[in-house]
Design a protein around this ligand. Structure first.
Ligand SMILES: [Fe+2]
Ligand SMILES: [Fe+2]
Length: 216
């Protein structure tokens, strides 16, 4: 089987799971969550592909793991910090049917399992590919769209919005100083996202200082 055929099969696997969950019409169902999750997944794949190319990683392993990293989020259950490890268990038997080597299956499963908190429930060393999946996920989690989502419900209460922005800037600055990413190419993209968010929020706060009485 050729790489793109495998990636297509993985895509179909996830979308079929999503469709099966959505067909259940369970109580907590929210169409937006599933739509967001899939679009996030697709962006993570592209970030992963880009970083893998620069870092000389196994690009297909990275793309497969990025596609599957949040597969358990398409269930009707909330697994919290376990969602990576649950996802790896969902993915493994399916991955074994695609013709990957045992090492590649393990690497993909480890990357899925460890993307949340660096821990898997099976023995495996940290790999370049697993670091990239985690970096790609974080990069999208700090993207422009995510910033918009975080603030959209607060836009109408101006002072509360500004306070929220000020506190978010402090958090983002901490991330900017911390060493969160696992690869150099990932760090570059991640810092770019943080800078974009910090810049925007600083501008928002700066403009709020102009909201004063018109006095000479
Ligand atoms: Fe995740
Ligand atoms: Fe994710």
């Amino acid at each position: 089987m050729e790489a793109n055929e495998r990636l297509q099969k993985i895509t179909d696997f996830i979308l079929e799971r999503r469709a099966a969950t959505e067909a259940k019409e369970f109580e907590k169902y929210n169409a937006f969550d599933y739509d967001y999750r899939w679009k996030h997944t697709l962006r993570v794949v592209q970030y992963g592909r880009q970083i893998a190319g620069v870092e000389g990683a196994d690009v297909e392993v990275v793309m497969a793991a990025c596609l599957l990293h949040d597969v358990s989020k398409f269930d009707d259950e909330e697994y919290g910090v376990e969602h990576g490890r649950v996802g790896a268990r969902i993915a493994r038997p399916f991955l074994e049917t695609l013709g990957y080597s045992a090492e590649q299956v393990d690497n993909i499963c480890f990357s899925i399992a460890a993307h949340v908190d660096d821990k898997a429930d099976f023995e495996h060393p940290i790999t370049l590919e697993s670091k990239i999946v985690s970096d790609a996920d974080n990069i999208d989690r700090f993207g422009a769209y995510r910033l918009l989502l975080q603030f959209k419900d607060h836009a109408e209460n101006y002072m509360a919005l500004i306070e929220r922005a000020e506190s978010r800037i402090l958090t983002l600055r901490k991330y900017r100083e911390g060493n969160i990413t696992g690869t150099a190419a990932g760090e570059k993209l991640f810092n770019h996202q943080l800078d974009l968010q910090i810049n925007f929020l600083e501008h928002l706060v700066k403009d709020s200082k102009l909201t004063v009485e018109a006095k000479l």
